[in-house]
Ligand binder design. Structure first.
Ligand code: NDP
Length: 295
């Protein structure tokens, strides 16, 4: 069996067109343009590149972006003052503090300062807490795991009663992905570096989400025939044969796993484009909350 390939680019493109239309409608009806403030601290090249991509996607959707850059030695007080200012700025409906932060900064304190109604990354402890609880609704859901779930829904995965395995327990991907699956009535196992016999655990999965940051770790014999496999991983590996000398691969050995799985995302081209799409959607939601007076 060859798996259905879940095309993250196609889903993202369709959703971004819908978001752009909603942004245009909001402007016409309310005179309000959704705005995303990006806070970038230090000179981590990957962070700069992510923020550039996010700002470009905002521009394409008609969302205004307000870039803020601070030097790598910015003090805790400076960062907090900036977040407080953005909380008060009515043009800003979403605040994104690009992680990771330089080590001297207190990440939890900074993320806790972001107004709940502008927390478009969904990392505020209250939003995460609501996500973790039964019957509570977070205002925003973290973008990458939410994008992974949307791709599963698009592919027609049945969550109710399914065995779902999440590889990885990070705050930004693995844990929230597990919570989202539990809310959809899957039976969820969360694996990490101390899990015993990972292949055997993975083979139980009707739905497998891999977010470990280990190039092509998930092999064909780890996967139950017909399973839905979502590869969140994005790993740069040396490749002397390619022009650049490297290439990007996921956490799943795509070529072999696609022969066993029922549906699979490629990486790149799967979850990656969805992450930014969910950020745009969350920023639009931030503006809707402002219009509805929730702010
Ligand atoms: P982290 O490094 O924060 O977490 C990795 C998790 O995987 C940890 O829970 C760790 O276990 C577990 N793990 C690591 N090695 C093993 C192993 N050999 N066996 C079992 N478990 C293991 O990574 P992130 O969650 O931030 O990212 C995961 C991947 O997703 C990366 O490739 C990253 O680049 C990608 N990513 C992609 C995004 C996108 O937009 N497409 C966005 C964010 C991330 P333990 O907790 O025990 O240490």
């Amino acid at each position: 069996m060859t798996a259905k390939i879940i095309d993250g680019n196609a889903v993202a493109q369709r959703m971004r067109a819908e978001i752009a239309q909603a942004v245009a409608d909001m402007k016409a009806k309310h005179g309000i343009v959704p705005g995303l403030a990006t806070v970038l601290i230090g000179d981590n090249p990957a962070s700069h590149s992510y923020v550039r991509m996010k700002r470009k996607a905002c521009a394409e959707a008609g969302i205004e972006s307000f870039p803020h850059e601070l030097p790598g030695n910015a003090s805790q007080e400076e960062v907090e003052a900036l977040v407080r200012r953005l909380n008060e700025d009515p043009r800003v409906h979403g605040i994104l503090v690009q992680l990771p932060l330089p080590r001297h900064l207190d990440e939890e304190r900074i993320l806790s300062l972001i107004s709940l109604t502008k927390d478009v990354d969904g990392f505020h402890p209250v939003n995460i807490g609501r996500l973790a609880m039964k019957g509570r609704e977070p205002l925003f859901i973290p973008c990458t795991p939410h994008g992974a779930i949307v791709l599963l829904e698009e592919a027609g995965a049945q969550f109710e009663g399914a065995n779902a395995v999440v590889l990885g327990r990070s705050n930004i991907v693995g844990l929230p992905a597990a919570m989202l699956l539990i809310h959809r009535n899957a039976t969820v196992t969360v694996c990490h570096s101390r899990t015993r016999d990972l292949p055997a655990v993975c083979r139980q999965a009707d739905i497998l989400i891999a977010a470990v940051g280990r190039p092509e770790m998930v092999r064909a014999d780890w996967v139950k025939p017909g399973a839905y496999v979502i590869d969140v991983g994005s790993n740069k590996v040396d490749d002397p044969a390619s022009e650049k000398g490297y290439r990007w691969v996921g956490d799943v050995a795509f070529d072999e796993v696609k022969e066993v799985a029922g549906a699979i995302t490629p990486s790149p081209g799967g979850v990656g484009p969805m992450t930014i799409t969910m950020l745009l959607k969350n920023t639009l939601r931030g503006a809707e909350l402002a219009i509805s007076g929730a702010v």
